[in-house]
Design a protein around this ligand. Sequence first.
Ligand code: THG
Length: 266
Amino acid sequence: MYIIGEMINASRKAVGAAIEAQDAEAIQQLAKDQAEAGASYIDVNAGIFVGKEPEYLKWLVETVQSVTEVPCAIDSPDPKAIEAALEIHRGATPLINSISLEAERYENLMPIVANSDLKVIALCMSDEGMPETAADRMKIAEKLVGGLIDNGVKVENIFVDPLVQPLSVNKAFGVQFLEAIEAIHQTWPGIHSACGLSNISYGLPGRKHINRAFMTMAISKGLDGAIVNPLDKGMIAAITIAEALAGRDDYCMNFLKAFRGGLLED
Ligand code: THG
């Protein structure tokens, strides 16, 4: 599982304040903690700062990279902010989060990822609004993945995000997402998937329990990437055990390693 650590997101109050105060230490601590917990990417998001997003996103990348080799997931709907952050990103290949079928985003980001080795999340959103069914999600995914491949992006560098929507809004949103994950992995062997998993529990109590159960179900459909809190040991346990049960862990080696390393229990 590609764990994309979600903690450095300006919509979290303490992080928004740290960014505004240019408190590098606070950001560095979050980067180190998530890297140690096993994150494959550190998501950086300065989306609440209209006008200042490119500058702040750049600062986040520099600050994270001063303490860890783990690459960033550059999280912005604004191609200009992504471009600014990419200019100073060093080392292992970052993950662009994300391209979508929204015309402005698609047209401005495609030239950046075309014929590159960048990793990219293809988010199933279009100018026609949010997808509801698995079929809606696949319709967008087909255009996005087709476009990326036509532009020289390798299938193994693409992470399709079918968009998790709150179960409190529509009882079908969980199932429709899960069906989309299954269809994505069937349609494009070798592709990856990703999602902002905690959207599922928006508006409900006991969110961490819902998130963990949903993660388990999504892994059974083939999900292999997620934007989550790597410091939630219950979530890491759900991921590690679901992957073993799904036949993705030879001799339970990863499970045993995580258990012995104390990653699963508080
Ligand atoms: N898909 C893709 N990227 C995404 C999302 C997605 N990026 C943003 C978001 N959705 C995923 N990232 C986060 C980061 C932090 C939190 C949730 C999602 C978070 N939320 C707290 C909570 O839910 O309890 C509230 C914030 C707070 O602390 O105030 O921490 O879907 N491609």
